[in-house]
Design a protein around this ligand. Sequence first.
Ligand SMILES: [Zn+2]
Length: 301
Amino acid sequence: MKKFQDSLLPFLFENTPIRGNIVHLNHTYHEVLQHQTLPLILKQALGELMAASALLSATLKMDGAMVLQLQSKGALKLLVVECSSNLTMRATAKWSGEITDQSFLDLVANGQFVITLDPEEGEAYQGIVPIEGETIAEMLQNYMLRSQQIDTTLWLHCDGENASGMLLQKLPEQMLQTKPEHDADAWNRFNQLANTLTNDELQNLAPEVLLTRLFVEEDIRLFESRPTQFHCSCSKIKVASMLKMLGTEEVESMLAEREKIEVNCDFCNKQYLFDAVDAAELFNEKAVFVENSILKSNTAH
Ligand SMILES: [Zn+2]
């Protein structure tokens, strides 16, 4: 295993307001795919969106989750990636009909991008924008520029086995602690240099080597690399509260049809079963629904 697998390396260009990240998703990506069978084009799109979510999430000063959703009226209904501030992620896709030779643009026809920031403390924020651009990288660049007014460039690559990406971002001056020396050309220069990046280099070179190769004359400060990991935050308690929202009647009629209500998590495929006794407890205000193993694993984070 290469040292840089499943990790994200943050860096900045000294004396400029420009920073970046490089991410490699390997096992993290495989675990996401393990729970679902996707056509190759969706596998690749999901990998690119996962890489993008880690790159963008690492730029935020927020404890919580970022959810990127591509919703469309084309064959692809939904592509969703959730990435936490400690870079654990889960992802899934929904589509209808056969996906054979459609291009990615056909699949996302008349679609929209929904970006949700869900901080552990405070209100969630949601931005919805029409899809503009031909690739996931372009769509997110347009979103960042138009709705956040932050110059961001993304390079994303996924071959269906591994996903990787690089981000460059120009911080607005008001976000900087010290005013950088004047280097008006830096943003254009770094982007031009980075545009020589090939998919093969992005996927296979160690990030330190990649940066030296692309920006040979620039002064770059590297930060400590951060691990990425698959993690699904589903739990019996969350499924229970979803069933509770459906109401007594609906739950009872589901139970009349079959002995148990079966709910499968879209992200990890874990199965949750509710029988008549569980259902009665759902609507009994005094009962406390506890599932030890999951409570423990959640509180461990
Ligand atoms: Zn799950």
